[in-house]
Design a protein around this ligand. Structure first.
Ligand code: PHE
Length: 450
């Protein structure tokens, strides 16, 4: 079954474990391995980690359950889901915003960074370590990102790989790929951790990472933690809603959400454990921001024995994480095209990918300099609008919708019509009704600075 036409029987995940791997594959991405560690570095170490964990349990996880519940009840792509539920058409806004922000805009810059990971896998084997030996990883990165044709080349390559999987459909494409890639990712991560924590001098990194110092906490720490939690769990863009629309009626939403959120958090925590001990052991600073993975880490690897192999493994890990997330973003656009315009899956994948690649080209080129929107690089601007504006608005509206306008059907969905006991039901209701919308609204208001 291809699941291509709206009238055909709708496709489903092949197994429970396959679905969890796919949802975790979406959640675990550049956000965990590239963004989480650099935020920890920037926001003062373990104190950030503690705040992040609390936010993920009380805000991220409940919103994820809400998205799965809407998706499974509607059995439709985000844009059509709210109509299928028979609620006020206003709520379709969540679907439209999510599809445009996630399927198109987020993916348009995500595939640029995805392309960098391919470049760095190759570079690791072909001279990156020599460059790093002479302390020039910053220059290497700077010179690469301004060669726009090369950046676009890798961006398109990354997108072609993503397309190759998504064209296979839900169970034969995405699920099958994630079932192989996610365990592999886990093994690579463990190898890197063992290497990192056994380096002489690793203790300082462990202390920075595991010993909270709350004097470093500011308002920005909370903003960063909330934004990161939503981004990392793939919330607010209709992704989990779309994945939820392919789960079977017998599936348990609370435990699937717990697995997905739990694995995502575990991998983020492990990424820190792989990175900080090595960064400290080799005498580098953890607070280098977005350049931590692409500039600091190659320098760290170059100082280790067999650094080339660890560098290559690290970027392979980053690539696997990125590609399984990109699949989910593309799937939102594809499900939309299939259901709205009755395209076949193949056609939907091709048409949507071309649009997304074209949208991504300004992002890829903006790193070379001139392409700016009100003073921000094009890519930063798109990322900012998606992560700091559309994603919080999407999550806010989803919580309000479920908490205040669709609570009874949501409870029915979450308890499989009363057949499944969910011990934390009241806490969940409280979280989606109050904690999540208030926290998002406040943080959105406080954090909105261009
Ligand atoms: N969760 C992914 C990550 O951590 C990114 C992502 C965000 C994917 C939103 C889909 C939707 O990298």
């Amino acid at each position: 079954m291809s699941g291509s036409e709206g009238s055909a029987k709708r496709e489903q995940w092949g197994s429970r474990i396959g679905f969890i791997m796919a949802a975790a594959g979406s959640a675990i991405g550049l956000g965990n391995i590239w963004r989480f560690p650099y935020l920890v570095g920037k926001d003062g170490g373990a104190a950030f980690v503690v705040i992040y964990l609390i936010i993920t349990v009380f805000i991220g996880f409940p919103v994820m359950m809400a998205e799965f519940a809407i998706g499974r009840a509607a059995q439709k792509a985000p844009v059509l889901a709210f109509r299928a539920l028979g609620v006020n058409p206003f709520w379709s806004l969540i679907g439209w915003m999510g599809t445009i922000a996630g399927g198109f805009f987020t993916l348009s810059f995500y595939n640029v960074v995805g392309g960098w990971t391919i470049k760095y896998i190759i570079a690791s084997l072909t001279g990156l370590m020599e460059v790093a030996d002479v302390g020039k990883t910053g220059e290497f990165f700077g010179e690469f990102v301004v060669r726009s044709y090369e950046v676009v080349f890798y961006q398109i390559l990354f997108m072609l790989i993503t397309m190759g999987v998504v064209v296979g459909g839900i169970s034969k494409g995405i699920e099958r790929a994630c079932k192989v890639l996610m365990p592999t990712l886990f093994v690579i991560m463990l190898i890197l951790i063992v290497r990192s924590v056994t380096l002489p001098g690793a203790g300082a990194g462990l202390k920075f990472y595991l010993h909270p110092d709350f004097t470093k906490v500011t308002g920005e720490t909370f903003l960063d933690a909330l934004g990161q939690s939503f981004f990392s769990l793939s919330l607010g863009l209709g992704i989990m809603l779309t994945y939820g629309s392919y789960i079977g009626k017998e599936e348990r939403i609370p435990s699937s959400s717990a697995w997905t959120a739990g694995l995502d958090t575990l991998i983020a925590l492990l990424a820190g454990l792989a990175i900080f001990p090595a960064v400290f052991a080799m005498g580098f600073e953890p607070g280098s921001g977005a350049g931590l993975s692409f500039i600091t880490l190659p320098a760290v690897f170059a100082k280790m024995p067999a650094g080339m192999i660890f560098s290559c493994l690290f970027f392979l890990l980053l690539f696997f994480a990125a590609v399984t997330s990109a699949m989910s973003l593309l799937e939102v656009a594809v499900t939309f095209a299939i259901e709205k315009f009755h395209m076949t899956r193949k056609k939907a994948v091709c048409v949507m990918s071309v649009i997304i690649i074209l949208l991504g080209i300004p992002s890829a080129m903006s790193l070379a300099g001139d392409l700016k929107i009100y003073g921000k690089d094009f890519m930063d601007a798109i990322e900012y609008i998606c992560n700091n504006v559309l994603l919080p608005i999407g999550s806010f509206l989803a919580s309000i919708f479920v908490g205040w306008f669709w609570l009874k059907p949501a409870i029915k969905e979450i308890t499989n019509d009363g057949q499944v006991q969910f011990r934390w039901l009241n806490t969940w209701i409280w979280c989606v009704r109050f904690v999540s919308p208030i926290a998002i609204a406040y943080i959105f208001y406080a954090g909105l600075t261009w």
